[in-house]
Write a protein that binds this ligand. Structure first.
Ligand SMILES: [Zn+2]
Length: 137
């Protein structure tokens, strides 16, 4: 299996996020100085600019905000998987992630905006990061 494109480490802002994926934990940040939920991971709060934030583990339950189906990709990691869905999923904790919706027979017919989904990890190999995907809940 050809690995999907990977983050280029060192990644100062997102390293804790990627390290947690090795233990299949989906992490997000909350600001210590205002109510903001911060995602994707970064050093500062996107609302108030504070550098004080806390890492939290998501329960991995969410809702499809929107999606698109890629019918064909020539990238070696994708060329054999057939049509696949790229989606934005809104997690119950209040952040939105770009991801894939997997474990459906037909991504065109079986995925709906607003459907409930749950976390499903795509391993990239022993000791490697794992990629957070979602499947019907
Ligand atoms: Zn803030």
């Amino acid at each position: 299996m050809t690995m999907r494109p990977q983050p280029r480490f060192p990644e100062p802002d997102t390293q804790p996020f990627w390290d947690a994926t090795k233990e299949k934990k989906l992490m997000y940040q909350t600001c210590d100085d205002c109510p903001e939920v911060i995602f994707y991971p970064r050093a500062h709060c996107t609302q108030c600019g504070s550098l004080n934030n806390t890492w939290n583990q998501s329960k991995g339950l969410g809702t499809v905000y929107t999606f698109s189906v890629v019918m064909q990709s020539r990238h070696p990691a994708f060329k054999d998987i057939g049509p696949y869905a790229v989606a934005y999923v809104d997690l119950d904790e209040g952040f939105r992630i770009m991801t894939n919706v997997v474990n459906v027979k037909n991504p065109i017919e079986d995925i709906k905006i607003g459907m409930k989904v749950k976390l499903s990890w795509l391993d990239q190999g022993e000791g490697e990061i794992s990629l957070p995907m979602f499947e019907p809940a």
